[in-house]
Design a protein around this ligand. Sequence first.
Ligand SMILES: C[S@@+](CC[C@H](N)C(=O)[O-])C[C@H]1O[C@@H](n2cnc3c(N)ncnc32)[C@H](O)[C@@H]1O
Length: 258
Amino acid sequence: MGQKSEYEFYERIKDWNFDEFQIVSEKINNWDMYDILKDVTNEESRILDLGTGGGEKVLECFPSNVKEIIATDFSSAMIETANQNLRKSNRKNITFRLMDNLKMNLPVNYFDVVVARNTVTNPVQIYKSLKPGGYLIIRGVDMYDCHELKRIFGKGQAYHDKKPISIIDYEAVLDAGFEDVELVPLHEREYFKDKNSLYQFLLKVPIIDDFSEEERDHKEYYQKGIDMDKLEKYIVRNTYKQGIRLLRRYYGITARKG
Ligand SMILES: C[S@@+](CC[C@H](N)C(=O)[O-])C[C@H]1O[C@@H](n2cnc3c(N)ncnc32)[C@H](O)[C@@H]1O
């Protein structure tokens, strides 16, 4: 809307009161994927965790009173770590397997819930693997995550994207045929106790790597080091009594196979 037509719009409407619609609102910022997972599972449930990493979350946060959990990753090093972590745990019903999320080779109509946290997904393949009535739960890192930091560095994961990752995922889930599809923005503050802990964290995660959802001609995806002057500039502006703050922007998606 141009400025003139916006002005005319408000002139015509005359107030910003919505009482007449009797809208009932619910707060959405207590979204927690593990609470949802608990709510939608029981002793008969079979769960698939895609891109499980070293199985850290599945071992610690997934319900234990379910029939079966299969957790997959395309990295054999991750699956090896996951199996080591499994042996150290008391968990009995979890199996780790090597699998590419984009070439899923699991039985069809088999799982009650598929979980994908911070990993790539193919909703069409997930849909096939779910039983009718089964649930999909996704949690991801959205566009504008750590945006101030990325602005200082002039680069970062999804920094040049035109369309938010959350919307790309949301549309892919809708297009795959899922029902009751909900997209929830999740904003969190994370604090780091000192410069070194933030520095080590940034070396481990791809936040200021030049990753993108969109096809671009990248010269270098991965950073070779971190520009300390830029990091210092960020720290000066973002130090609080709780520590150095990163503003995180995640998203959650829940959906059901009809
Ligand atoms: C950011 S980690 C998240 C790990 C875990 N889901 C969590 O939330 O703690 C992403 C994981 O996805 C895996 N991954 C990335 N692309 C994948 C693909 N195409 N197929 C299977 N796993 C993939 C990586 O190997 C890595 O372990």
